[in-house]
Design a protein around this ligand. Structure first.
Ligand code: 5RP
Length: 242
C-alpha cells in the first residue's frame, strides 16, 4: 500500500521530470541540419540528447560537441556524430541546463561538475538555449543552489581559504566510490570542486571575476550574459525568458 505522503512525493518528481522533458524537447526544435551543436550536461539536457538521437536516426545531419565525458557517452549511445572544438571552433547552437537562473538570464551551473567545459563551449557558441524546470528560477542567484568552483588539487586547502573570503563558506564536493567510502569528486579535467554557500549573489559579474582571480581557481559556475533564451518547463506548459 502506497502512503499518501509517498505518492504525493512521487507525483512531484514525475511533474519535475515532465517539466525537464518538455523544456529540453522544445529546445531541440531549433536544431537544424548542417549545424555544429554544443551538447550540455545534466538530467534535463538528457531528454534533448534522446530527442536529437531520434532526429539523427531520421536523417538530421549535425555534429555535436559534448561538454562532459558523461554527455559524450550518451551521445555515442544515441548515434549522434561527434566533433571537437579543434575541428569546429565556432558552435552554431548549444543546449545546456542550469542549476539556478535569474530574470537577467544569469546562471549558476556546475551541479554536474562540468562547468569548465560548459563555459568553454558557451564561449564558442553563437546561440545558447538553457533548459530548466520551474524550480530553477530564482530572484537572486546563490540563494537556492551553492556555487560550484573548480580548483586544482595542488594546495587546494589554501585555495579554499581564499575562496571563503568571498563566499563565507564552502565544502569540498565528495562522491561515493565503489568501496562505499566518500572521496573527493574528480572532474573530467582532474580537479576538485568547492560548493560555495553564499547568502545570495546580487553582483554575479563581480563575483565571477573575483573568484577567477584567485590562484588555484580554474573556473566558477557563474555564467553572466551568455544565455540567449531560457526555456522553462512548468506544470502548465513552456515559459520563456529572453
Ligand atoms: C552540469 C550543469 C547542469 O547543466 C546543471 O547542473 C543542471 O543539471 P540538471 O538538469 O541535472 O538539473 O551545469 O555541470
Amino acid at each position: 500500500m502506497i502512503s499518501g505522503e509517498f505518492s504525493g512525493k512521487l507525483i512531484g518528481i514525475m511533474n519535475i521530470e515532465n517539466q525537464k522533458k518538455i523544456a529540453a524537447e522544445k529546445a531541440t526544435e531549433s536544431v537544424q541540419s548542417n549545424m555544429v551543436v554544443g551538447l550540455g550536461t545534466g538530467s534535463t539536457v538528457y531528454y534533448a540528447l534522446l530527442k536529437i538521437g531520434d532526429m539523427v536516426r531520421e536523417g538530421l545531419d549535425i555534429v555535436g560537441i559534448p561538454t562532459s565525458a558523461g554527455t559524450e557517452k550518451i551521445a555515442i549511445a544515441q548515434q549522434i556524430p561527434l566533433a571537437t572544438l579543434a575541428m569546429h571552433p565556432t558552435i552554431d547552437l548549444t543546449i545546456d541546463g542550469a542549476d539556478e537562473v535569474d530574470k537577467n538570464l544569469n546562471l549558476i551551473k556546475g551541479g554536474g561538475a562540468a562547468l569548465v567545459r560548459e563555459k568553454i563551449i558557451a564561449n564558442a557558441s553563437k546561440e545558447i538555449l538553457i533548459v530548466v524546470d520551474e524550480s530553477k528560477v530564482s530572484r537572486v542567484l546563490g540563494t537556492t543552489f551553492p556555487l560550484p568552483v573548480e580548483i586544482v588539487r595542488f594546495g587546494w586547502e589554501a585555495t579554499q581559504t581564499e575562496v571563503n573570503r568571498i563566499s563565507g563558506k564552502s565544502t569540498l564536493r565528495l562522491t561515493s566510490a565503489e568501496d562505499g567510502n566518500q572521496h573527493p569528486l574528480i572532474t573530467d579535467n582532474g580537479n576538485y570542486i568547492l560548493d560555495c554557500h553564499f547568502d545570495g549573489i546580487p553582483d554575479p559579474e563581480e563575483i565571477e571575476l573575483r573568484l577567477n582571480n584567485i590562484p588555484g581557481v580554474v573556473e566558477n559556475g557563474i555564467f553572466v550574459n551568455r544565455a540567449d533564451k531560457i526555456i522553462i518547463g512548468t506544470s502548465s506548459g513552456i515559459r520563456y525568458m529572453e
